[in-house]
Structure formats: C-alpha cells, structure tokens
Design a protein. Sequence first.
Length: 354
Amino acid sequence: MPATVPLSVLGETAYPMTVASARVRVARFEPFLRFHDVALRYHPALTDLEYGILASPGSIARKGMTLGRSAARVSLGSPAHDLLLVHRLRLLTPLPGIDPPPRLDVYDIDDALFLGSTAPVNRRFEWAKQEARRCIDCMRRARLVITGNSFLAAKAREYARHVEVVPSCVDPTAHATRTHCEADVVTVGWIGSHTTSAYLEPVLPSFAQMNRRRLRAKLVLIGADASFQAPWIEHRPWSLTRETTDLAGFDIGIMPLPDTDWARGKCGYKVLQYFCAGVPAIASPVGVGAELIGDERGLLAASPEEWSSALERLIDDAAERRERGVAGRAFVERNYSYQSWAPELAAMLHSLAG
C-alpha cells in the first residue's frame, strides 16, 4: 500500500521562538503531530533579533524598517500547504490582503487579544497595531478557532462558527524535577517577562514581612523587570537553554494575577511549567488558576493575608511541597502534555481537510 501523505499545515505568526506563546502553541507541537500524519511547519515573520528591536526602546525609523522587512517577507508568499494556521497575528501591523489573510483555516489565540494590548514601550503605536480588530476579523474568517481556555472560547463563539479548546501544553519528559528537602532558605520562583512583572507587586510585601528578621525565602525572578530590588530578590535573565534547569531549582512557584478580563484570558503556562518540574504552585484564583491548582497541587491566594499564609505553609513543610509537586507532575502528564493533546489537535486538523 502507498505511504500516507501527511497533512501539511503552515503555522504562521509574527512571533519568533523567543516568544513563549508561539513556541508553546505552534513550534513545540511539531514533533508530536508528526506521529499523527500532520506535518506542521512553524513560520514566523520576525527573527529573534528583529523582535528584540521592536520590543525594546529605540529608533522609530529602525522599528519601521524592521516591520517593513517582515511585511515584505510575508508578502512574497508562503510555502506550499494544505491548511493555514495563524497564531495571534501574522504580522505585527495590518497589511490589507495579507494580514488578516483572505483565506484562513485555523486561528489560534492564548490571550484576550480581542481586548487589545500593546507593550508599554510601544503604547504610542497602538493605533497602528489594531490588535483587537484584527483578532476579531480572524475569528470571523477562520474555519476553526482554537483557544487556550474556556474563557477565550466563550468570547470566540460570539464571532466564530467553530471553536475548540486546546490548552497550552508542556513536555514532561523534557523537564528535570525538583528534589524537595528541608532548607534554611527556601527558593520561591516566578518566570515571565518584563511586561507581566507588574503582577508581582501585590505579593512583594509578604516576602518583605517573612524576611524581616532573617532570610527565610529568596524570590528568584526569571525574565522580570529589573526595577524590583530587595536583598531577598535574585534576578536571572530568561534563557531557553537554561529554562528547565532554573525551574527545577524552585521549591515553590508563584502566579499572582489581577482579577481582570485580560488576566482571565491567561492560560496558566507558568503553573504548568512549575508542575512539570515537580514544584507546587501558589496562584491567584483568577481564570484557569483555580482549575489548575485544584485541592492537591498547590494553594490559592487572593488577598495579601492569604498570600502570606500560603507562602508560610509551604515554606515550613518540605513534605507537603514534595507531595503537591508529585501530584502536579502527574496532573500535567495526564491533562496538559503534548503527548496527550497531539492526537486531539491532529483530529481537528484532519477534519478540516476531509
């Protein structure tokens, strides 16, 4: 019998591998989908260097030239494919006939882009990005909209005819795990970016209070705004090659979030990373936070008092950290791994080609 020809899916996005959403929701699915006759090709419009130029303070002219290069690159045409999947945005600025594309098979979002958002460094260019309008336009055009959680799915159904939820996933086999033991100083960790660092502000007083007499818990911030400074804070730059090692160095992971629609659109990827490393989490009960934490994988905290109580509890009990970390690891293996979701996503894609 002739060999089966894989379904060719072109995954286009503005964002390079250094941006977590594109890496997690498109690029890392590729080897797992291959086992289900789907050949996914990740095709970003921007290089890592170009995205760095746009995401940092700098010359307007240089940013304009960078955007022009990426638009020209996409305008030249895409590689041959059976299905076109666009993650978030095809380009960072709209281009008639190109972005949004006239024909769109699959549109994928993991943030509430329909609300509109722009990094503070580029806030004055929000009028040019038109993120909310373009997101809604893509949802209306797509044959299938895939969202990272049920909150996003409910909103997408106001515009799209076919919506499915595929959560952001992790590969537990690629993660080292934490060995929990008694320690005089416990390591609490947070991983993110300078644009989400503001979410940390409400929990910092809890750390200051705990460490007032002696150092009991250091807070390791990976990828955060360096303006947060205290004797008990350690800053580390984010690195793709060091990410799993850094996560396995945490005793506790945290995910504070404000109770806003934008935060409710978040997919809880931090918590999934902590669980992958066998690390229990403390999170705000916002959006997917409550369903990820559950009763046995971590603790929920809304008020400053609850954050202080949850931190004190896990800092003082290595056995509880170990038990919750083991439960978190098993939870993501069953429910949030590429291995468990690749067959589901492949079936969705094949249904569009049938």
